[in-house]
Every structure is written in C-alpha cells, then in structure tokens.
Design a protein around this ligand. Structure first.
Ligand code: SF4
Length: 287
C-alpha cells in the first residue's frame, strides 16, 4: 500500500505507472525531494523517480552491490553541494575532509541545520563528482545530506570512492536500511531522540549491522533526550560499534550541560560538538 505522499504523487497528472520523469537540468527539486510524513523511500534510477514498497524491492533486486546494473559513467545523483573543509563531527573531527552533500531528506528534524538540502540540487554524474573531488588535496570524503541513502545510486558512488582508496564516511539519519552500504565505508548513523520529532522513524534493525568501523550519534536537545539516549545504551551493538557520540543541539543545549550529565552518569560515550560551527559560526554554508 502506498503512503499518503506516494498516493499524492501518483495522482499527479505528470505521473504515470508510479514514476515521474525529472527534467534533466532542473535546479530546484521542489516537492519531489521534500520529505513525506510516512516512511516511504525515494530512489533515483537512471533519471527516473520511483517510490513505494513494490518499486523499492524492484530497485533493490536490480542494484546488486557489485554495481553491474548501474555504470558510474552514466549514473547520476542530485547533489546539493561539494566543498572542502574541516570535519566538524564524529571521531574524524578536526581533519581536512571533502564533503559531498546530496539533496533530499525524508525526515524533518526540529533542529535541522541543512534545510536548504531538502530541495536544492543539481544532477551530476558519478564520474563528474569524482573528477571534482580529485581537485582537492585530501583523501577523506564524507557523503552526507539531507539523507544520502534516499538516492540508491549513492551505493555505487560509495563503492567507487572506496575503490579509489579514499577514507569514506557516510552520514545517515538511521531511518533507512544501511545493510547494503559497502563494508569499507564508515557509517555514522543517528538514533533520533524525542525532541527531533522523528524518534519514531529510527530503524532499530540497523543496529545489527554496525561494526567497529561505524559510529552512532545521538543529537540531544533536552534532559528527556539525554535520558532516552542513555536508555538505548544496551545490547551487543554498544560493544561492537567504534564510537557512541552525544552531541548537543547547537544553541539549544549548552555543551557544558551535556558534559555534566555524561559525567554524572559516568556514561561510556564521547561528547561531540559541531566544531565547524565554533570555527565559522552556525549559519555559514559550505564549511
Ligand atoms: S535527517 Fe538530517 S537532513 Fe534530514 S531533517 Fe533530520 S537533521 Fe535535517
């Protein structure tokens, strides 16, 4: 059964057979990439926009991990921005890093600081993306969003980056399946806390797939969030995962307050601040 958002799209006069063609040079993606209120997944395959559970399983079948169905020379992604900066989060914080921000997100977190990525993007070929990042003197790359896993061909981009011996980070909300991501990628996955408004979208099955290469991040805005995050620190994944990050919502919860709570409870987690916001300010894009 299609979600309300998918039904709305299906009833659009320009839609047919459950898919919508996207103008090749469309700069603003508008509602096509704006998040639905239900957990429908959006994927792009060879310029087509597909949705709904049946399409999803079809696309999965047609996109093996070895990428034989999709060629990097002909496959495209909607890219919001590519830039070179200092990594502000995760255990890689402080290192020079190339960021590839993909467009679109299926969530609407209350504290989101990249809302511009919901609907702004240009379509770029995977080889075009790789050529652009080769111009930076850096071997660390993060693919982020928005929600990068919404665009299924991102799996091919991640694999190509690994093949080129980049150290590859993937930032994901944790609401979509992470199992098919190349195992060489460092997955930095959120578990959404209550004040995000998207706690019900956490895909807890993802925890089974985490390894020592991966990191789990809790973005904490309130004491309730902190206590919820603390209550999640159980199960074998906490021993397997490379790091558990507690990050205060910038401008909402003081890092010193979160530090005090962590110390009070003696939690085996890492306090993380968004370093780039302290260096360049909270509203500067492309850093
Ligand atoms: S998942 Fe990330 S990009 Fe999407 S709404 Fe939440 S904070 Fe914003």
């Amino acid at each position: 059964m299609l979600s309300r958002a998918a039904r709305k799209l299906a009833s659009c006069p320009s839609a047919s057979m459950g898919s919508v063609g996207i103008p090749r040079d469309q700069r603003l993606l508008g509602p096509l990439l704006e998040g639905p209120s239900t957990p429908v997944a959006y994927f792009f395959l060879k310029g087509r926009f597909a949705f709904g559970p049946s399409r999803l399983s079809l696309l999965r079948k047609n996109l093996p991990m070895n990428g034989t169905m999709l060629q990097s020379s002909t496959t495209t992604l909607w890219v919001n921005e590519i830039f070179y900066s200092i990594q502000g989060e995760s255990t890689f914080a402080g290192k020079p890093c190339i960021f590839i921000r993909l467009a679109g997100c299926n969530l609407r977190c209350t504290y989101c600081d990249t809302t511009y990525a919901f609907s702004e993007g240009v379509r770029m070929g995977i080889e075009e993306i790789l050529n652009q990042i080769r111009s930076y003197p850096c071997q660390l790359v993060e693919v982020t969003g928005g929600e990068p896993l919404l665009q299924h061909p991102v799996l091919l981009l991640l694999r190509r980056l690994c093949d080129l011996e980049y150290t590859v980070l993937l930032e994901t909300s944790g609401a979509l399946d992470i199992a098919c991501v190349d195992p060489r990628v460092h997955r930095i996955m959120d578990l959404k806390c209550p004040s995000s408004g998207e706690c019900h979208r956490n895909r807890f099955a993802n925890l089974e797939h985490l390894t020592a290469r991966d990191e789990v991040k809790f973005v904490i805005g309130t004491r309730e969030d902190f206590e919820w995050a603390q209550s999640q620190l159980q199960g074998s994944w906490t021993q397997r995962v490379g790091a558990i990050l507690f990050s205060p919502v910038f401008g909402v919860l003081e890092p010193a307050q979160l530090a005090a709570w962590i110390l009070e409870k003696g939690l085996p987690v890492r306090l993380q601040i968004q370093l780039h916001k302290f260096i360049w300010g909270p509203n500067v894009r492309g850093v």
